[in-house]
Structure formats: structure tokens, C-alpha cells
Design a protein around this ligand. Structure first.
Ligand code: HEM
Length: 134
């Protein structure tokens, strides 16, 4: 498993934990008073760094333009998600919480599609290399 795959796997697992934590926060009655907010904030901010690494590595390795685009969009959405999270902390508002929930699933889908596309282009380049005359 290379660094890119490892970062992708950690990112996907982290995102699922983050979504579970988010729902636990919402269910706790007082999200801002709950201790769960600290790991939720930490994973959210660390997610930006992790996606920055994934985006940079996908731009440095041969991969399709669409895979690069999907990762870049996921990175920007994560930024927006973290900003939204801080905004909800400052001004609790139901429509902001709904947007926060929606974005969480859009990021999850984007990472899944990005991972699938980059795995496919990596497999294609491996097969081309294997078929090339020595
Ligand atoms: C990638 C980053 C993040 C993801 C995927 C995420 C995901 C979620 C999800 C799915 C919920 C449940 C929403 C609902 O029940 O409708 C939630 C709730 C919440 N999140 Fe996040 N979150 C992220 C980052 C953050 C950050 C950085 C903060 C704060 C600085 C934050 C603050 C909150 C708060 C306060 C709630 C509870 C809202 C409420 O019910 O009043 N989130 N999050």
C-alpha cells in the first residue's frame, strides 16, 4: 500500500467517524456544551491537511483530469465544511446544520468517486507498463 492509498483509507475512515461524531453531537441536546465537539473539531481541521496531501499527490502522479478535479472539489468542500462548523458553533442555526449535514455526505461521495477514478487510472497505467516491450 503506498502513501496515497494509505492517506485515502485514513481519510475515508476519519470521515465516517466524523459523521458519526456529528450525529452524536446533534443528538446530545447541547452540541456546544458536549465534550464530543473537541474530537469533531480536531478531525475536521486535520481533514484539511490530509486532503491537501491527497490533492498534491494526485497532481504529482499520472492520473485522469476528472480524478484531480473531484479531489480538488472535495478539498474545497472540506474547507467550506470546517468554516460552516465554526459558524454553527458561533451562531446555532437549523439551516446551517442542515447544510453541514448535506456537505458531509457530498464530501463522502466525492472521496469515494475520486478514489475509484484514481484506482482505475493507476490500474490502466500499470497494465500499459506491463505490456510495453522491454
Ligand atoms: C470534514 C469536517 C466535518 C464533517 C464531515 C462534519 C459532519 C457533521 C455532521 C454529519 C453533523 C450532524 C449534523 C446533523 O445532525 O444534522 C455535524 C454536526 C456538528 N458539527 Fe460538524 N463536521 C465537520 C467539521 C466540523 C467542525 C470543524 C466544527 C466546529 C468547529 C463542527 C461543528 C459541528 C457542530 C457544532 C455540530 C452540531 C450541530 C447541531 O446539531 O446543533 N463540524 N457535523
Amino acid at each position: 500500500m503506498n502513501n496515497q492509498t494509505l492517506a485515502g483509507a485514513i481519510g475515508a475512515a476519519g470521515l465516517v467517524i466524523q459523521i458519526v461524531l456529528g450525529f452524536a453531537l446533534s443528538g446530545s441536546g447541547s452540541p456546544t456544551g458536549s465534550m464530543l465537539i473537541f474530537p469533531h473539531m480536531l478531525i475536521g481541521v486535520a481533514g484539511i491537511a490530509l486532503l491537501a496531501f491527497l490533492v498534491s499527490s494526485i497532481f504529482l502522479t499520472p492520473s485522469s483530469m476528472i480524478a484531480r478535479l473531484v479531489y480538488a472539489v472535495a478539498f474545497l468542500l472540506t474547507f467550506a465544511q470546517v468554516a460552516l462548523g465554526f459558524r454553527i458553533l458561533a451562531v446555532p442555526d437549523n439551516s446551517l446544520v442542515m447544510a453541514h449535514q448535506g456537505l458531509a455526505f457530498v464530501i463522502l461521495v466525492a472521496l469515494g468517486v475520486g478514489g475509484m477514478l484514481s484506482a482505475r487510472s493507476r490500474r490502466k497505467s500499470m497494465m500499459t507498463a506491463a505490456a510495453a516491450p522491454v
